[in-house]
Write a protein that binds this ligand. Structure first.
Ligand code: FAD
Ligand code: NAP
Length: 312
């Protein structure tokens, strides 16, 4: 294991092999629901066959693909492109770079103003596709939310909420296929126990490799001792005996994907545990990070070079 910090360098990756003006049309191979039983959430694992296109063998785990849904918006303009993280390793689901998947949650809600049913355009289009249907894709996109060169030389702490798990499925597969011996911790948050995503896969890796830890936070069915919701950022406090020795290593990287809300609390809790080296500060903050407000964190605390963030 390395004693000194390894510089984080990425391989050059392809981006925008297909654009909005020049998308590629590919068939859906599989579309299956992965939330279970009586979950109120509908999340699907959707696999595209990109064989024979420029995307074949040219998508790297952590990257996203663009989807162009058919039809027009209320202004009569073609629907805009939406991005979806690839949940496959770089060599694809098939090991030959021909099949890549994503993890899509149907956006279903009530309109905040009218109270009418609100269904997201692209997520529902994708989730309703059948095997053999075709879809227009762009991309790949993303140059920084990737595993570094010499990926197995690092340790990783991955934070995911909901479909933010997608890139980490690909990354975990990639790392353990490459014989990962350093530590990987995946911290996943979902509302209900029916919403675990790829649970069998992550449990199987945890059972097989003692250097992989899979921690879950079920926000609406578990409370912490103080009554607060069990969110992913709380593991930095509640699981500090596991996490601190990993975070102390200079070759540990932190990745955050999913809801924006978790980001600031992760920064605060990293600082509470003394891990300021993961952060850059625009101005001097209160000596006690527990006092930091979200507004202060938003303006003054930024991820340092060992932290990678994709939150929305
Ligand atoms: P839209 O039709 O675009 O509706 C969403 C819009 O409607 C938003 O502007 C929102 O403010 C508004 N809205 C939402 N609810 C209501 C309501 N009740 N009333 C009124 N307005 C409302 N998503 C995934 O599922 N899986 C992924 O792997 C994934 N990866 C992503 C990667 C990146 C880099 C990015 C940027 C986003 C990713 N997303 C992912 C999100 C995805 O791109 C879409 O934003 C999401 O699927 C919703 O799109 P939609 O077309 O269904 O909804
Ligand atoms: P979700 O089911 O709404 O939430 C997942 C979990 O996060 C729930 O347990 C939720 O708890 C919890 N949560 C809510 N607020 C939180 C906070 N402030 N801190 C920590 N946890 C919090 O998630 P989702 O609907 O799948 O949304 C995932 C988001 O990730 C979407 O916005 C999507 O666009 C984005 N995404 C981005 C990428 C990417 O950039 N590459 C990839 C995939 C997804 P409660 O609801 O009980 O409060």
């Amino acid at each position: 294991m390395m004693e000194v910090a390894e510089k984080v360098v990425f391989d050059k990756v392809n981006i925008n092999l297909y654009s909005k003006k020049n998308p590629v049309e590919v068939p859906v191979l599989e579309n299956k629901i992965i939330t279970s039983g009586k979950s109120p959430n509908f999340i699907r694992h959707i696999t595209f066959d990109v064989s024979g296109t420029l995307l074949e063998n040219n998508i790297v785990c952590g990257q996203s693909i663009g989807v162009l849904p058919p039809g027009f918006d209320h202004k009569g303009k073609p629907h805009k492109l939406r991005l979806y993280s690839v949940s496959s390793p770089s060599k694809g689901e098939d090991g030959n770079g021909k099949l890549y998947s994503t993890t899509v949650k149907r956006l279903i809600d009530e309109n905040w103003n009218s109270g009418d049913l609100f269904t997201g355009v692209c997520s529902n289009y994708l989730a309703s596709l059948k095997p053999g249907d075709t879809v227009r894709l762009t991309g790949p996109s993303g140059k920084r939310f990737l595993l570094p060169k010499n990926a197995t030389d690092f340790n990783y702490v991955f934070f995911a909420t909901g479909t933010g798990i997608a890139p980490f499925r690909g990354m975990v597969k990639e790392l353990f296929d490459k014989g990962m011996t350093n530590d990987v911790v995946l911290i996943f948050g979902c509302p209900y126990r029916t919403d675990f995503l790829y649970e069998d896969y992550f449990n199987s890796i945890a059972n097989k490799y003692s250097n992989f830890n899979y921690l879950v936070c079920v926000s609406r069915e578990e409370k912490r001792r103080d009554g607060s919701p069990n969110y992913v950022q709380c593991k930095l406090i509640d699981e500090s005996p596991l996490l601190n020795p990993i975070l102390e290593k200079e070759n540990t990287l932190v990745y955050i994907c999913g809801l924006k809300g978790m980001e600031y609390d992760i920064y605060r809790n990293l600082a509470v545990q003394g891990f300021d080296s993961y952060l850059n500060f625009k101005k001097q903050m209160d000596a006690n990070p527990a006092n930091w407000s979200w507004k202060d964190i938003k303006s003054n605390v930024k991820p340092a070079e060992r932290v990678f963030v994709e939150t929305y």
